[in-house]
Design a protein around this ligand. Sequence first.
Ligand SMILES: Nc1ncnc2c1ncn2[C@@H]1O[C@H](COP(=O)(O)OP(=O)(O)OP(=O)(O)O)[C@@H](O)[C@H]1O
Length: 341
Amino acid sequence: MPEQTSPPTGILPTHEFVDGKVGPGCKKVDPIVIADGVTRQFGGNTAVDVQHLEIPRGKITALIGPNGAGKTTMFNLLTGFDKPNTGTWSFDGTSLANVPAFKVARSGMVRTFQLTKSLGRMTVLDNMLLGADQQGGEGMLRALFKPLWRERETEITAKADELLARFKLDAKREDYAASLSGGQRKLLEMARALMSSPKLIMLDEPMAGVNPALVQSLLGHVKELKNDGTTVLFVEHDMHMVTNISDWVVVMAEGQIVAEGPPETVMKDQAVIDAYLGAHHDQDLGDLDIQELEVERIAEEEGVEAAAEYEAEVLGTTSIAEEIAETKAETAPETKESDSK
Ligand SMILES: Nc1ncnc2c1ncn2[C@@H]1O[C@H](COP(=O)(O)OP(=O)(O)OP(=O)(O)O)[C@@H](O)[C@H]1O
């Protein structure tokens, strides 16, 4: 197995999911995805440079990392939505390199997108039916065996209804998808992805834009998927979700896997602290609430208002955001002076 970086700190030496030592690119006891030498360049920029990655079967794995780390690009490559410059990978023992996206989905690996792809001018039910796989046969065959096709249609509609009920979208069955809230669309996209009964579901920022009232049910749905035997891989900036539901965390920075391990230890890894929480590298995350750091990150990247909203939702306070706002206000006059002509 190729070595990727210097040995991580704060990571357990062994773990039940791992065959050998825990660390970036470590081998798993029962991997469902194995990737080797996957690289993707955009012009001179190397977006992904993953030497080795294994995703444990039947577990919930979080893929985290700062903006631009290469997480979505890695998702796109694994699912056939983008082509790598180099690399091979397998899913459930079958090579999927250069396999187009629709075939990847048929093989049992489906994904959702950061920005939801539900079709607004179709009903919620029709969106669901689109997610069903094509096991019933197509074209001529379908026309010749209409009764069989009808049977299949009844079957998939029943499945859609079952999933809509599970995701509490049954009341919206006949509504246009465009009328759903952002959070409901996320749920619809997840429900639709499940229409084909995938072995692996990959969720790209499932929490982004989700109303706090829906957060708990979304977390519950993801946990249920695991209980049903589905492997889950998700990209997320929401540390609440990462620490609460993941069994395993993989950290990317600058295209590479810089750390991996169980959530309770990976957050103390020096590589994670350096890469993901850069400004706080000298602080012990064991004593610091990771959510407080998240508030600071949001304040830096999205502004104090967004940070205050997050803080209120997750911590039930606004004091950290207020403090940041005060500090910003104190330093603001200097900036204005230097900016003035
Ligand atoms: N289609 C593209 N063309 C050019 N550059 C791209 C393209 N897609 C991604 N990149 C670049 O590749 C790098 C990795 O981007 P990517 O979106 O995969 O990161 P990410 O970790 O998913 O970030 P975020 O958390 O912000 O979604 C970034 O530098 C990005 O600008």
